[in-house]
Design a protein around this ligand. Sequence first.
Ligand code: PLP
Length: 432
Amino acid sequence: MRRVEKSEEAFQKAFSVISGGVNSPVRAFSSVKGTPPFIERGEGGYIFDIDGNRYIDYVQSWGPLIFGHRNSTIESSVIDAVKRGLSFGAPTLVETQLAELIVDIFEPIEKVRFVSSGTEATMSAIRLARGYTHRDDFIKFEGCYHGHSDSLLVKGGSGMATFGSPSSPGVPADLTKHTLVAEYNSIESVERCFKESRDGVACIIVEPIAGNMGLVPADDKFLIELRELCNENGTLLIFDEVMSGFRASLSGSQELTSVRADIITLGKVIGGGMPVGAFGASREIMSHLSPEGEIYQAGTLSGNPIAMSAGVATVEQLLKDRDIYRDLEVKAKRLMRGFRDGAEEAGIDMVTDVRGSMFGFFFSKDRVKSFKDASNSDTELFAKFHSNMLDRGIYLACSAYETGFISTATTDEMIDETIRASKDSFYELSKS
Ligand SMILES: *Cc1c(COP(=O)(O)O)cnc(C)c1O
């Protein structure tokens, strides 16, 4: 049986001094109603909690750890960097090194700027698009997550309304009145937003492979039509690939669609586990950023040398072995087939999807194409499944609206063990 005493005590103690006991809400396990295990250390594909339980880790710090925990190349590169000093707030060579790698990999990116989180990357990308087009309105999609900055924390209005309302207290409606909300994979809803915008749309921001409502890839046709609408309206297209970049493939959606964005945002994997975000675009667009141009954007720890070193060590390893993504996808597909087979045997409806090292599953009969579909899936069954799997040493994301990740340290044996655990779990669920 899984031991939980120490984590429960640690959670109570944390709760007394940290809001909600956690520094990011999803970690609190509220949607699966449990106590989060407190993690002591990670090793390859495993994490270990303070009660001594071992788990196969499919969260991987929510995406960054594509080589698993304690990859020796990343580790030694970080240690070397630490020994030269933690931060200077002045240019270092390693920033240019990581920038060159990114410029080489992503077609639309000729210049990049580094920040410290995905939130900063998308917030800055939207400011850049607004400053560049001299327009205020922009379009986002229900169920896509772009970090927690004010104008992006919106939910769809009721019914057919296209102007979003704040999805959190503390966000003034004044700051979201320029955010138009459309339905993912529905070009009609985007056309409606264009019609309702009075002064023109600065940009559309979209996860081309949505990973924050579960894994819900965009239809290629939808992306093509978004690109056409942007071209017709002088609107910039932003691909938020903070999650899918270096995860769905080396270059995110770029290997899966012919559609190219004007601005791309990155994060997660490019930091190799350190806090990094980035946004990039053509030379011309990026020239509007301060100090070259007038659009302001800055950061004391932006391009931090330790984080950049982790990023370079990560991306260089990804470039070295061209088969990495094929291998990751084979594993992810086998895992999802295993889940589906087990669910079917137990008479449980499940749909699954895979893009490179990203996998997702919904307790649903029908394919999920939008946030509405995702929220129609059986999230209560997910919560039970999650808790069953945790007890069996499988660490899955603690919400039905998250994507799972395979790392190069996730072995075939780990996949087998996970499939066996899922079969037991489905069987148990079908009996209750
Ligand atoms: C995680 C994520 C973000 C936010 O990144 P943070 O580093 O958590 O601020 C933005 N966009 C997407 C698509 C993400 O997955």
